[in-house]
Ligand binder design. Sequence first.
Ligand SMILES: NC(=O)c1ccc[n+]([C@@H]2O[C@H](COP(=O)([O-])OP(=O)(O)OC[C@H]3O[C@@H](n4cnc5c(N)ncnc54)[C@H](O)[C@@H]3O)[C@@H](O)[C@H]2O)c1
Length: 344
Amino acid sequence: MAELRGALIGCGFFAVNQLHAWRDIEGASIAAICDRDPDRLRIVGDQFGVARRYTDAAALFAGERLDFVDIATTAPSHRMLVEMAAQHGVPAICQKPFAPTLADAKAMVKACADAGVPLMVHENFRWQSPIQAVRTVLDSGEIGPPFFGRISFRSAYDVFSGQPYLATGKRFIIEDLGIHILDIARFLLGDVSTVTARTARINPGIAGEDVATMLMDHTSGATSVVDCSYASKLATEPFPETLIEIDGSDGTIRLAQGYRLTVTGRSGTAVSDVSPPLLAWASRPWHNIQESVVAIQKHWVDCLTNGTEPATSGADNLKTLALVEAAYAGAASREPVQLDALLK
Ligand SMILES: NC(=O)c1ccc[n+]([C@@H]2O[C@H](COP(=O)([O-])OP(=O)(O)OC[C@H]3O[C@@H](n4cnc5c(N)ncnc54)[C@H](O)[C@@H]3O)[C@@H](O)[C@H]2O)c1
């Protein structure tokens, strides 16, 4: 089978992980890169030995025969670039947040569906091996049907030095980080019918909220709490670990700091270390996220090769983005928000 020929658009902070991951994956490679910033194009092109370089995405699509495009720019350009990919019949991966608004995201899903091209959102957190380990326990039936979950990400890690734009937007933690944690809640407990949310800004040096607490009703009947903070100084900094508590009718799952998984269920209690592997190019504490980038990109290659729908397809991610919209609306109104109305 011929190797898939891809291009990457947006050679910034996070794209470097994606390029490392593409090198690790059989069946696909990055033949061309694009960034409107010539310095980033040069630095990243030289680092990864990619000779075909473009400062303009339209020129990239006109000049290359592509099997897919990996869009790693920030959200304001996502709609324009995904629609450009659809017009050229090129399957697209789009970084999270999928789009600045749900209306944009719906238009992007429609553009790709109309063009018959696959679209996957690079929603990688559910691909982290500790999160997959929790899913495996749920699937085993060990704790019975879940009725409660807490998915928690609390940290004081300085994300602003690597991604300065995060300090300037009106929206911060729900849109940037909470989106991943909300997606994990959907992945583990299923779709959501109602969200109640509260937010706060503790760090006076940023424009958006850095604390968010969401209470969710899942359509299964389960209740979950998703809580996120970049204002929580802890004895041992947990970044970027997502901590999980799930209670089922026959037992419990606890994913605690240090990637320690405790399952108490039908066969007793088992404690295991579900630490992610440290890939050759990875660095702590990002290795958890870096490993998930390889996993999601492998999944994309499998989906393109087999003609199957990605788990985090554009259509699937509308439900995660709707949770972001619902959380902001609910925090502003202090009222519960129904998801049905947003997803129509
Ligand atoms: N999934 C994750 O774990 C994770 C982690 C960090 C960042 N991200 C996401 O990755 C995306 C990129 O974040 P970043 O921190 O790397 O941003 P960044 O600003 O460092 O990089 C974005 C790059 O895209 C380029 N760009 C923007 N618009 C363009 C256009 N129209 N055409 C060509 N190039 C363009 C910029 O010049 C810049 O080099 C964001 O959506 C962010 O939320 C995801």
